[in-house]
Ligand binder design. Sequence first.
Ligand SMILES: Cc1cc2nc3c(=O)[nH]c(=O)nc-3n(C[C@H](O)[C@H](O)[C@H](O)COP(=O)(O)O)c2cc1C
Length: 430
Amino acid sequence: MSTPYWIQAFLGQFESDSHKVFQGIVVRVRPGSVRFASFDPEIQTAQNGTLVWGKDQKYCVTNIRVIKDTELPTALIECTIPSLTSESLYASRKNEQFATALLFDQDDRLTQALKNIRFPYDPLMSVPREIDTTTSFLGHQLSSPIYIVGMTGGSSETDDINRILAQAAERAGIAMAVGSQRWVLEKAQKYKLRQALGISEKTPLIGNIGISEVIEQGTDCLKKLQDLTGVDAIAIHLNILQEFMQPEGHRTFADTFSKLETAVRQSSVPLILKETGCGFSESILEKIILWDLEAIELTSTAGTNWIGLEGMRQTSRLKQQLSADFLDVGHDAQSQVQLFQKMAKHPQRKAKLVASGGITRGQHVAKLIYAGADLCSLGRGIIRVLHEQDGNPDALDDTLKGIRDSVLLAMGLTQRQNLDKFRGLWQPSN
Ligand SMILES: Cc1cc2nc3c(=O)[nH]c(=O)nc-3n(C[C@H](O)[C@H](O)[C@H](O)COP(=O)(O)O)c2cc1C
């Protein structure tokens, strides 16, 4: 862990071929932060992984450490600011995304969107003696129809989060997905993901790569990623808007649909297609439902919103304006529920339909499955629990158990013994 200091003034600067080392007098303020008084005027605070502009180049702050702890409020500290590699760029971006996601609060949206989905009640109902919440996914049996969605493929700090999440998933008997693993492809070295996460073969593990890599590198990158990391399946994320919002993002999305279709057709790796916060249109979903996919993850504007989140992360006023102007792009949760209700009945569908975006409570999961989703995935909702409970894994166990209990209760209320009988039971009244 980094040390809780802000840099107030630099005492000196030492250069080597690849490193600049700064020393400064600092004031202790909050965990993991340093304050640059004379470096980057745009960035007031930084932590290990934060990007800062030097005179004419971007650097990534690492290795913040105390040299001499003098009397508070000052201390002598040192931090290393190496030139950026793509790995350090990824790490710093991820750390910032996690911090910003926790601030992005629109928790009521999904609850509001689902308020018309109501469970029946009859005081003389016959509740089945045994209710089974298990469901099959990627050749495994999950204890309940949920998984932890991909948020980080690893960076020094988010690696810890991934490990805690993955082990909670294993204890709960659900699946675990990781975030973008582009850096693994770039390094082209074996990365024993299960070992790094500390989980066994019994937990289904989902890797992750962006649509831009698939377009640029073709189908081969999927098999390569699976071989390097040992994942059971790979989720391809469709995040064009996010890429446009990131200064370092990709901009080339010509022929996306046909290139993706070819990649899916040629791939021997089980695939999940995931949208990351703006949902699908009906015309596209109608086509991809016919592809040979393990699952399609439908998010909506009720969940983590990347235009908003990237806007909060940017220091440029123009980018912040762009974010504000396009904040309402995408499909809302109600339209996505209608969409998966319709697509769930598609006679030729192969993929499981996963509801995602803004899911934080058992009530959300129970209602979405009742409305027709096969599974639900949780992102920000789960890291928020971890954050609010100071990283206590027990809090995750309680949350995941609470979700299963909600599904169990909803199945009891509808007098259904297993998920096949419960799923899609709800019908809108008009
Ligand atoms: C901090 C953070 C990082 C994320 N990183 C990735 C990623 O690397 N790859 C990906 O496919 N989705 C990523 N996502 C998107 C999530 O997988 C999910 O699609 C989205 O957050 C909607 O779910 P939520 O509202 O429950 O957070 C990330 C989400 C968060 C909150």
